[in-house]
Design a binder for this molecule. Structure first.
Ligand code: ZN
Length: 104
């Protein structure tokens, strides 16, 4: 079979490429990459496990953390906005107080 393939046009094939899932499972497949990571596999996908669960993939969490890290330099601007938010909380507390009185 290898003799039928045209030389120098095919990527390197790894018959036992290491696959690591975010759930911790590891297995091998044939691939053109020596090793790679997946977010979901047959060990943890609800279709195979039968459990209904929210699929929160590792990639999304990492993407969210990267966005948060990028947003850090804007902290001083958030402090200026913090004051109106505190006033809003006080307003909510003031609205909640009469409700407590009606209960008592
Ligand atoms: Zn998995």
């Amino acid at each position: 079979m290898a003799q039928l393939m045209k030389a120098k046009i095919h990527p390197t094939y790894y018959p036992t490429a290491q696959v690591t899932c975010s759930c911790g499972a590891a297995f091998t497949v044939g691939s053109t990459k020596a090793s790679f990571q997946v977010e979901i596999c047959s060990q943890c996908h609800p279709f195979y496990t039968g459990n209904e669960k929210v699929i929160d993939t590792a990639g999304r969490v990492e993407k969210f953390n990267r966005k948060r890290a990028a947003a850090q330099p804007k902290k001083p601007a958030k402090k200026a906005k913090a004051a109106p938010a505190a006033e809003a909380e006080e307003a909510v507390a003031a609205e909640a107080a009469p409700a407590e009185e009606t209960q008592a």
